[in-house]
Write a protein that binds this ligand. Structure first.
Ligand SMILES: *[C@@H]1O[C@H](CO)[C@@H](O)[C@H](O)[C@H]1NC(C)=O
Ligand SMILES: *[C@@H]1O[C@H](CO)[C@@H](O)[C@H](O)[C@H]1NC(C)=O
Ligand SMILES: *[C@@H]1O[C@H](CO)[C@@H](O)[C@H](O)[C@H]1NC(C)=O
Ligand SMILES: *[C@@H]1O[C@H](CO)[C@@H](O)[C@H](O)[C@H]1NC(C)=O
Length: 398
């Protein structure tokens, strides 16, 4: 609820723009192993088979005798899907990356999930570790380097189409993961869009009472990554995290949907929605932001440009996006990446409900709890409390 209130001006702009329209998101099966029921998310390794891209033929292959790589052929198919769809239907490939391991992930392992959830996660850290807006651990840094190396490998081997747009959650662990993943790739040689991510609140983790979900200021992020963009209205201080209530899954899905809408409805002026046609079969790069030069072609539906989108976010947030687009649950380990081919259809005359559920409190202990593998068990058999700000959370300086 808080999120919707605070993004009220953005929401208002959006609803004005899309009066009586909503976007129906669905996945397009048959392209990636991850949306096949027989794939087990718990053992899946995105670096084993081209991020999960299924080797196959495409409609767009038919008249072609060339020898494009697997990713070049996929990208041509992505353009083909857009060009052969009605105006109000568009397709994009999303690469969603979970941040590498953060100090809060390590702490959850250390204390055990029940004790973490009902006590330790509400603290900003202990005397040796900080989990408020947690930073990457050494293994988290390594996981981001693996993602970087894999993008490079896929480029070198298969000429993968680098993202046309980059988004990241404003949490430090996601910002740093995106930075390590995409800095230093040969984007320019590939005629791809430059790596200038947009920092977007809508891709934050599910907003719990945990301090790991309390972000640092805009100024801090600007200092860390000068030149990165912020979505309109991004506040200096974190106005979303409350410390006393947490977002429900329904509320989270609603703001994930709003964030997707922002991406699909971006640049909706009539002249700028065109998919550049395949350039002599090499559909590789060359139409990033400010790069298109295709504005004088016939009007097409919204969203038919910037076809490959990267989002660096969180486990719970990626799960929420997967729910919104109707993908099977696919929990990512830290640092893992999932590609999803999304079909977006503008449906007129049908508004989605704009009300959202209020955030809720979760029970916590006021003293360090007893270790338990299943439940939150407070010390001295005290009952967990559900009201009031956990004042002890401020007792350790950030
Ligand atoms: C969304 O699109 C899918 C696939 O085209 C369709 O089966 C479904 O009925 C649509 N849902 C809504 C609410 O329009
Ligand atoms: C291939 O050729 C057929 C018949 O000429 C045409 O209908 C189809 O659109 C072409 N496909 C592509 C991908 O160019
Ligand atoms: C603080 O928490 C970490 C787990 O994240 C643990 O490894 C470390 O030993 C703790 N420090 C102290 C002083 O208890
Ligand atoms: C961004 O990534 C580059 C390349 O890995 C690294 O050298 C630099 O330290 C990173 N910046 C931050 C603030 O983490």
């Amino acid at each position: 609820m808080k999120l919707s209130t605070l993004s009220a001006s953005a929401a208002l702009a959006l609803s004005t723009l899309t009066a009586a329209t909503h976007i129906n998101y669905t996945i397009v099966p048959g392209y990636f192993l991850q949306d096949d029921e027989s794939t087990d998310p718990s053992t899946f390794d995105y670096t084993a088979n081209n991020f999960g891209l299924i080797p196959r033929t495409y409609d767009a292959d038919k008249n072609s005798t060339d020898s494009l790589s697997i990713w070049q052929r996929f990208h041509r198919q992505l353009i083909y899907l857009n060009n052969h769809a009605p105006k109000h239907v568009s397709y994009k490939l999303f690469f969603m990356g979970r941040h590498g391991e953060g100090y809060h992930n390590a702490a959850e392992d250390y204390f055990g999930t029940p004790a973490w959830n009902c006590y330790y996660a509400l603290l900003p850290g202990n005397t040796t570790h900080t989990w408020f807006d947690a930073d990457l651990t050494p293994s988290g840094l390594e996981q981001a380097q693996i993602a970087h190396a894999y993008w490079l490998h896929q480029h070198t081997l298969h000429r993968i189409h680098f993202p046309d747009l980059y988004y990241t959650s404003p949490m430090t662990r996601a910002l740093k993961t995106a930075n390590i993943t995409f800095t230093g790739l040969p984007l320019q040689q590939a005629h791809a869009a430059p790596f200038i991510p947009e920092v977007k609140e809508g891709f934050r983790e599910g907003m719990s009472m945990h301090t790991c979900n309390h972000r640092r200021s805009k100024g801090y992020i600007e200092g860390l990554f000068p030149g990165w963009k912020f979505e309109a209205g991004f506040s200096e201080e974190d106005e979303l995290w409350t410390g006393t209530t947490g977002e429900t899954s329904e509320a989270q899905d609603l703001r994930s949907r709003e964030a997707l809408d922002d991406i699909f409805l971006r640049g909706t002026s009539k002249r700028s929605n065109i998919v550049p046609l395949p350039l002599k079969g090499v559909c590789h790069g060359g139409h990033g932001p400010g790069h298109s030069g295709q504005e004088d072609e016939e009007e097409e539906g919204k969203g038919k440009k910037d076809l490959v989108v990267s989002i660096t976010a969180h486990s719970g947030e990626i799960s929420s996006i997967l729910r919104v687009i109707g993908h099977q649950p696919f929990r990512l380990s830290t640092g893992a990446v999932i590609p999803v081919l999304i079909r977006a259809e503008e449906v007129r005359g049908q508004l989605l409900p704009t009300t959202t559920t209020a955030w809720t409190v979760s029970a916590y202990c006021t003293e360090p709890p007893v270790t338990s593998v299943t439940d939150c068990v407070c010390a001295s058999s005290a009952a967990p409390v559900t009201s009031g700000f956990p004042v002890f959370a401020t007792s350790i300086p950030y």
